[in-house]
Design a protein around this ligand. Structure first.
Ligand SMILES: [Zn+2]
Ligand SMILES: [Zn+2]
Length: 193
């Protein structure tokens, strides 16, 4: 077994620092440090606050989740409901139209190159600005009061007949959701590269 393999085994046993490992092998800190760096590059371990840990499935999942978090409420984004602003310097992802419409007030309009979400019925991508929204219906797939996007006004109206809520366009939707939330405070928006 080479030293790097042994290091991974020792970490499993509870060795969690370069110092402890160097003492075990009787080699310099630098030598262990080099091995650790290599293992880190290979994605087999992670270093956090000076501690060495084996990289687990959970670590990767955590990373992914962070990337898919809603910029408004930090909820994990469900692909079918996501609402994305494409800006000149990156994108802002919201978990659903509710958060997407709320975020609009925090975004500089001239920075937005495009905004897209998905039609609730067909699942096809649609332009947020030309979409229709049912707000405050009894169907709440994500955040409450819910805002659900449709490509056609007719679909939105039929949906509202069954589940309640008001049918509005983008501009009105921004107003209505803000009114419903009455929170007015600004939030920090995370922009993904
Ligand atoms: Zn959200
Ligand atoms: Zn949501």
């Amino acid at each position: 077994m080479d030293r790097k393999e042994k290091i991974l085994e020792l970490i499993k046993e509870g060795y969690n620092s370069v110092k402890a490992l160097s003492q075990y092998f009787g080699v310099s800190l630098m030598t262990i440090y080099r091995d650790v760096r290599e293992l880190e590059k290979e994605g087999k371990l992670i270093r956090k606050h000076g501690e060495i840990k084996l990289k687990t499935l959970e670590d990767t999942k955590e990373g992914k989740e962070e990337k898919n978090a809603c910029a408004y409420c930090t909820k994990l984004v469900d692909k079918r409901l996501e609402f994305i602003y494409h800006l000149k310097n990156g994108k802002i992802r919201a978990c659903c139209a509710h958060c997407g419409l709320l975020l609009y007030g925090n975004i500089k309009e001239d920075q937005v190159e495009a905004c897209m979400t998905w039609d609730f019925i067909s699942g096809n991508p649609i332009n947020c600005y030309s979409a229709w929204y049912v707000i405050g219906s009894s169907a709440v797939p994500c955040c409450s009061p819910s805002a659900i996007a449709f490509s056609s006004k007719e679909h939105a109206e039929n949906f509202a007949k069954g589940f309640g809520g008001v049918v509005v366009d983008f501009e009105k939707g921004v107003e209505v959701i803000k009114e419903l939330m009455k929170r007015g405070q600004r939030v920090d928006i995370k922009i993904e590269p």
